[in-house]
Design a protein around this ligand. Structure first.
Ligand SMILES: Nc1ncnc2c1ncn2[C@@H]1O[C@H](COP(=O)(O)OP(=O)(O)OP(=O)(O)O)[C@@H](O)[C@H]1O
Length: 239
């Protein structure tokens, strides 16, 4: 079964067409990258996946559950790290995790157990009772990843999760999420505009002006010309 199946999805804001007939699917347990320059439509697609907006055309299924017909079933399998930070700065790390877990119906005991396990894996258990306000940007991102995993989703979507972070922190987060994919069988959609975040074996979707310009392995795309040249070739063409 596909972790994610997006079929013929189009979306416009007034006259501005943000997504055009987008088809994208992710195999269970695979790491997929949605690569696109600023304004390509990445955040719009993520917003449709989370049900923030309803897609005007097309359909979205998460592990076979249709987002329109069975939103609770579809969203139960989805964990999300938004581009804009969404933690409550005046709550502690563990309180932020508890709040999210409660929305998903977890008991306090389960929530604390899972929360501490995720924090420990992220090497953050000692910061559990610190206010989020006191954390660096990189540590806040780690908490957002822990939070996204609290309800044990099978598909994790991260919208430009490394934006504004330094090189070492970006590398840590990328490795961490790739390890989750390999070790837990988590399916991942990683969106970015940064070419160095694309691995040769990743399932790559290149989005430009709302349309998918390439789908396939990154290695195949870069054959003979390198990723930068291929990216520029595909994103310089008018959509
Ligand atoms: N709420 C909105 N109202 C009007 N236009 C919007 C809205 N959200 C996005 N757009 C437009 O839709 C297009 C796609 O934007 P989107 O934010 O999805 O791109 P993106 O790939 O996430 O870009 P970035 O990397 O800059 O975040 C852009 O032209 C943007 O201006």
């Amino acid at each position: 079964m596909k972790a994610l199946a997006v079929q013929g999805v189009s979306h416009a804001f007034g006259q501005s067409r943000a997504l055009r007939e987008v088809d994208l699917s992710i195999e269970e347990g695979s790491f997929a990258v949605l690569l696109g320059p600023n304004g390509a439509g990445k955040t719009t697609l993520v917003s449709l996946l989370t049900g923030l907006y309803a897609a005007q055309h097309g359909q979205i299924d998460i592990f076979g559950r249709n987002l329109r017909k069975d939103p609770l079933g579809a969203l139960a399998a989805l964990g999300i790290v938004f581009q804009a930070p969404t933690l409550d700065l005046d709550l502690s790390v563990i309180e932020n995790l508890r709040y999210h877990a409660a929305l998903h119906g977890l008991s306090r005991a389960d929530s604390d157990m899972r929360g501490m396990a995720e924090l420990s894996r992220l090497r953050m258990e000692e910061r559990a009772h610190d206010k989020v306000r006191s954390l660096s940007g990189g540590l806040r991102r780690r908490v957002e990843i822990a939070r996204a995993l609290m309800h044990e989703p099978r598909l994790l979507v991260l919208d430009e999760a490394t934006a504004g972070l330094d090189v070492a922190t970006r590398r840590f987060l990328m490795r961490y999420v790739r390890d989750l994919c390999r070790e837990r069988g988590l399916s991942v959609l990683w969106t970015t505009h940064l070419l160095d975040e694309v691995g040769p074996e990743d399932a790559l979707f290149l989005l430009h002006r709302g349309a998918i310009r390439w789908r396939g392995s990154a290695a195949e795309l870069t054959k003979g010309e390198g990723l930068t040249a291929a990216f520029l070739r595909l994103t310089e063409q008018p959509a």
